[in-house]
Write a protein that binds this ligand. Sequence first.
Ligand code: NAD
Length: 719
Amino acid sequence: MSSPQAEVGNLSLSTERRGSVMIIWIDVPGASVNTLSPALVTEFESVFKEIEQDRELRGAVIASGKQDGFIAGADVEQFATFRSAGDAAHVSAVGQELLNRLEALPVPVVAAIHGACLGGGLEVAVACRYRICTSDAKTILALPEVQLGVIPGMGGTQRLPRLIGLQGALDMILAARNIRPARAIKMGLVDEVVHPSILLDVAVDRAAGLAEGRIKRVRRRRSVADLLLAGTPFGRSVVFSKAHKSVVEKTQGHYPAPLAALEAIRAGYDRGFKSGLNAEARLFGELATSEVSRQLVYLFFARNATRKDPGVVGDAPTPRPVTKLGVIGAGFMGAGIASVAVQAGTLVRLRDTELSRVAAGLRAIRDVFMERFVKKQITRLQLDDMMVLVGATTDYSGFGTAEVVIEAVFEDLDLKHRVLREAEPMLDPGAVYASNTSTIPIGKIAEAAAHPGRVVGMHFFSPVHKMPLLEVVVTPKTDAQATVTAVAYGKDLGKTVIVVNDGPGFYTTRILSVYMNEAGRLLDQGASIDAVDAALVDFGFPVGPITLLDEVGIDIGGHVGRVLGEAFGGRMAPADSLRRVVEAGRKGRKGKSGFYRYDHHGEKGAVDESIYPVIGRSQRRDIPSEEIVERCVLAMVNEAAMCLEEGILRSARDGDIGAVFGIGFPPFRGGPFRYIDTVGADVVVKRLEDLHARFPARFAVTPMLVEHARARKRFHSGR
Ligand code: NAD
């Protein structure tokens, strides 16, 4: 949609009359999306005043002048301006006041929603009398505030439960759940879903119709469970305590926002709307100025910055649009890559050595789509349409027209050379050839290429359709065109992309490897498996390193360990216990035999005690959890700094993004470099030196860290 009026000066709001209905257009000048700022609040106040004084007016519509978005939320830049919790609480109270006024306007207001309607944007919509959204795939409604470490602060915690019921609201607010149109109408979040071409006309008609009494809002039918649980004080306390328990389990106590949201919602139920709003503003203020939110907001901006980064420094050539992708190897990763490519609308040719393997790949791709179909995110027709985009082959037919080819065959340099030699003559001369290797330097792979300038690494993470990161690896020979095309295509696939320079294990595999290996060393010394895992989960990793090894595959972990051990020697020499478990043939979860027990569905159970004799240390000894954390985390952090120093990483920002989105470094700590800044480089150096004295060869402090400690320098300036 676009507003018919030229913007007046720097204003974001403009109004238009359609008969007795006013359309309020939001179009923040110079921005790609609309966000709510104090300036916009002031503009809204004056439009509301106009509505309150206009006796002719029968209704109003709020619509966006942006092509594909309603309101994307509050302007996050504001967070940096909050001086105190009280300050932030005041901003929240002003927003609440505005929406109270919107709700109380003498005429019905209809929200006409197309595209992203997030955070404060959804709070605006929920304060309207009636909501219509488009059926378009771009239309998403959500309250994602907890992802920034805060809660909705403009009455969302109070109005949403009243609109859609307690259960639905908890689900949306605590889990930041994205709601698409079909679900939105079902749960009563919107009143109508229409095609984008008629959104505005329908909205104007409904505004007039509501005023005339011709249209009535259909009240959502509440389910029996909802009535029994949310409808009585006893039932509600059951719901709240269950939600509390599940939040604590999920967040391990590291993220205060979901619990604060529960508190605000509960205050509204127990003490009424006004008290609920007060609790909301107070809690918003406390959270918005908290350390956790500071780190999450940093990651939000850092991630946004990577979206604008073309991947090369200086003048960037225009990336080549990718309409067709060739994938070599239809295994676990190849199928995963094909599945995300197809979902982005790319035509895919999938090659493996035998038809049976390609067929298994196609099944794996279908499974990814089935999961979305079962969750009602796509229709059966869309599923079938997507499958049509994948063509399977055992030769290179169809590869000649692909703009990008990604190789995902076994992790074996000779094989990768053979495949590259075989494939290259079949490809378009301008095509990018990418390897999905997780350890082998791309430069080594490119030695087999006639045109090494077109060879890059595109390191995806498993499972590809869920993991957000893509690490693009470039060699000194990679040309800028290949880099920008790989980066732009990664973004098309919905990935957060970092570009790193070549080296064994690049960045992510390298820092993960020292961390996991140190966990292995702890086992060498008699630490128990569950103690190591528990300590690092407590630090904030989603799973502990030993569980992760079982998940990734002990054989794969062993292979990576060997390759990096050979490349870096001493500090990366594989831990004895890990080596022994690899040699014993245990493969982890996929083989249902690892450090933990697995049932026949592959569900993880307790530690498999029979592994201790394999490790060769049946005598356990307690190692304090602080030492476990310190050794594993500082090994990782020191290695990350080394990667920056060696130029593997281009920036500390990329290092933080790679660690958080690629290997699960705790987001509330902001990433390894933010962690160093928060703890202080001097403290990190001192601890590393102590470890170095105890364990020579593993913890030698990298000079860059020493220099940061000496000069009291930080990796990041700003908040
Ligand atoms: P996989 O064993 O599941 O699949 C490899 C596939 O390559 C098999 O289907 C095999 O038949 C096929 N293949 C072998 N030779 C071929 C040839 N000449 N032409 C076409 N296909 C051929 O392995 P995977 O886990 O998908 O790993 C593939 C690559 O991705 C490896 O380089 C690995 O290091 C990397 N990687 C794996 C993960 C992971 O978690 N599994 C993560 C990141 C990167």
